[in-house]
Design a binder for this molecule. Structure first.
Ligand code: HEM
Length: 226
C-alpha cells in the first residue's frame, strides 16, 4: 500500500505486493480508475474501518452495561454514550455491508453476488469468508433486535444483545486470518493493516476481561453483603 495516497492508511503492503508479484497485469489491476488503488484495496480499507468502528462500539457498549457515568467518573465531562453506541452501531453495519460489495466490480477477485452472500463456494478462502459472512449476519441481528428492543421486551433483548460478543469473535477471526491479496498464501501478521486489527483485538479482549471481572466482583459483593 502506497503511503503517499490519502487512503493508504496503516501501511498495508498487499496491493504493492500484488503488483510486484504480477508485474504484467499492472495496468488492468487498477480497476477503480483511482491511481494505485484497486477494488481489493478498497475492500480492505472498508474492512479495517469496520473493525475500528466495531471495536469502538464494543467499548461503548461495555461502558453502558456497567452504567458508567462520564460526568462523575472517568472523562469528567458529558458524553452521550448511549447515542454514540446506537449511531456507531448503525454506521458500522452500513460499512460492514459495503465491505464485501466492493469486491463485485473487482477485475481480479472473481466474486459474484452469491459468493458474497453465501461464501462457502467463494473462489478464494471460502472458510474465512464464511466466518466474515457469519459476523455480518449476526451483526444484522444485533442491530435489528436493538431497533425493535421495546417491542421485543428489554429483558429478552438484553439476552439477545450478548450475541454482540459472537460478532466480535467472528469479526476478529475473519479479519486476522484473511489474506488481503485473496491468494491462499500465508498471512503476513506484520502488515500495517494486520497490526491495526491485532491492536483492536487486544483492546477488545482487555475490555471484555475487565467487564467479566467487574460483574464477578459485583456478584461477590452482593453475596457477602449482610
Ligand atoms: C445499533 C443499535 C444498538 C443499540 C440501540 C444498543 C444498545 C445497547 C444498550 C442500551 C446496552 C446496555 C445494556 C445494559 O443495560 O446493560 C448495550 C450494551 C452492549 N452493546 Fe449494544 N446496542 C446496539 C448495537 C451494538 C452493536 C452493533 C454492538 C457490537 C457488535 C454492540 C455491543 C454491545 C456490548 C458488547 C454491550 C455490553 C453487553 C453486556 O455485557 O452487558 N451493541 N447496547
Amino acid at each position: 500500500m502506497k503511503t503517499s495516497h490519502a487512503l493508504a492508511f496503516l501501511g498495508c503492503t498487499h496491493a504493492k505486493q500484488l503488483r510486484l508479484t504480477q508485474p504484467n497485469r499492472g495496468s488492468d489491476l487498477i480497476d477503480t480508475g483511482i491511481p494505485d488503488i484497486t477494488f481489493i484495496d478498497l475492500t480492505s480499507y472498508v474492512g479495517l474501518t469496520a473493525t475500528g468502528l466495531l471495536t469502538l462500539n464494543l467499548l461503548l457498549g461495555l461502558l453502558l452495561s456497567v452504567r458508567h457515568n462520564s460526568v462523575t467518573s472517568w472523562l469528567r465531562r458529558r458524553l452521550p454514550i448511549y447515542n454514540l453506541h446506537n449511531w456507531i452501531g448503525y454506521t458500522a453495519l452500513a460499512v460492514v455491508l459495503l465491505h464485501p460489495v466492493m469486491l463485485l466490480p473487482s477485475a481480479t477477485a472473481r466474486f459474484g453476488w452469491l459468493d458474497v452472500a453465501v461464501p462457502f463456494w467463494a473462489p478464494n478462502q471460502p472458510l474465512i469468508n464464511s466466518i466474515g459472512a457469519l459476523a455480518t449476519y449476526t451483526l444484522l441481528f444485533v442491530v435489528v433486535t436493538s431497533y425493535l428492543r421495546k417491542r421485543i421486551g428489554i429483558g429478552t433483548w438484553k439476552k439477545l444483545h450478548y450475541t454482540a460478543y459472537a460478532v466480535t469473535v467472528a469479526l476478529f477471526a475473519h479479519s486476522l486470518l484473511t489474506n488481503p491479496n485473496l491468494d491462499d498464501k500465508p498471512v503476513d501478521f506484520t502488515d500495517g493493516g494486520k497490526i491495526f486489527i491485532e491492536a483492536c483485538a487486544v483492546i477488545a479482549l482487555a475490555a471484555i476481561s475487565w467487564r467479566v471481572l467487574y460483574s464477578s466482583q459485583r456478584s461477590t459483593l452482593a453475596i457477602t453483603k449482610p
